[in-house]
Design a protein around this ligand. Structure first.
Ligand code: GDP
Length: 302
């Protein structure tokens, strides 16, 4: 993950570190290389541009160039701005964005996304993580009545994860399944109910209407969009389309394990304004991590 970007940035930084004094031109030359490295990592152009502008403005300040270790200071600025790019502007930008379960139980986590993005797998991974790491009583329900065997797939994953799934009632439609899941979760004192909604091949109106209908009957505490990191800027565009239609609270970025470039991870927050809350790192149900911008920045610059 981020291998090429990391190598290229470190080359630039080694050169900066190796020099005693730095002038404005040195900073601008270095930033030109950083910009190319970001674009080659498939970072969205406006995000790369904004990043370079912010770093340059801070780095050519007198207190940096006149300091004893100007190279070190520039690297520190890159690190800070990378965290902002990954995590946003607020003071806690470096920390993982929390999952909001702070509502009267059951807290509903609605999972949305395109077909094949890893939505069903991520639903089971998050349920397992909440159960094992946060001691939550979790339950899952599949509202995917389009894809044959989608409901059975979630039931199988539930067995593997040790998390209950709502029994399947053939022919029942998504909104009714959501209502039944809520009733059942209340009766069983479930803390978190995860709703795995139907995927589609493309963002379309019918999909959005269904998302809205499900959201209106289940008042989710979290609406998490699952997108595939390997699709790069397409993942960011999908997130943008969903953001315009449903009140997303965060993103789950899957297949980070196979993503050598990292463009989706790097541009998601800046383009969509939505935090990446989880990163999928493999096919197994334990292969999921909270997304810590500061740790990701360390990995890139490490
Ligand atoms: P859905 O159609 O969005 O529900 O997608 P699925 O959950 O069925 O996942 C599609 C495929 O992607 C399955 O083979 C999963 O095992 C795989 N997958 C999901 N998440 C990840 C991930 O983070 N890394 C890897 N390598 N594979 C994943």
């Amino acid at each position: 993950m981020f291998d090429t970007l990391s190598d290229r940035l470190n080359n630039v930084f080694d050169r900066l570190r190796g020099r005693g004094a730095l002038g404005e031109k040195d900073v601008r030359d270095a930033m030109r290389e950083v910009r190319i490295a970001l674009l080659e990592a498939d970072v969205a152009l406006p995000v790369a541009r904004d990043f370079i502008a912010r770093v340059t403005e801070r780095a050519i300040g007198q207190e940096v160039l006149k300091s004893v270790t100007p190279g070190q200071q520039v690297i520190k600025i890159v690190n800070d701005e990378l965290i902002t790019m990954l995590g946003g502007e607020d003071a806690n930008a470096g920390e993982a964005s929390p999952i909001n379960l702070d509502v009267r139980p059951p807290a509903v986590v609605m999972m949305v996304g395109l077909q094949g993005s890893g939505k069903t797998t991520s639903t089971a991974k998050i349920a397992k993580l909440l159960k094992e790491k946060q001691g939550k009583k979790a339950m899952m329900a599949s509202l995917d009545v389009n894809r044959p065997a989608a409901q059975e797939q979630l039931a199988v994953l539930g067995e593997q994860a040790g998390v209950a799934t709502l029994p399947i009632v053939p022919g029942q439609q998504p909104v009714d399944i959501a209502k039944r899941a809520l009733e059942s979760a209340k009766l069983q004192n479930v803390d978190v109910l995860l709703l795995d909604t139907a995927g589609r091949l493309h963002v379309d109106e019918a999909l959005m209407a269904e998302m809205k209908a499900v959201a209106s009957v289940s008042t989710p505490a979290e609406v998490l969009l699952v997108v595939d990191a390997l699709t790069g800027q397409d993942a960011v565009n999908v997130a943008q389309s969903f953001t315009d239609e449903v009140p997303l609270t965060g993103v789950v970025l899957t297949r980070m394990d196979g993503d050598a470039r990292g463009g989706a991870a790097l541009s998601m927050r800046a383009v969509t304004g939505k935090p990446i809350k989880f990163a999928g790192t493999g096919e197994k149900l334990d292969a999921i991590e909270r997304f810590h911008p500061s740790r990701v920045a360390d990995r890139i610059l490490g």
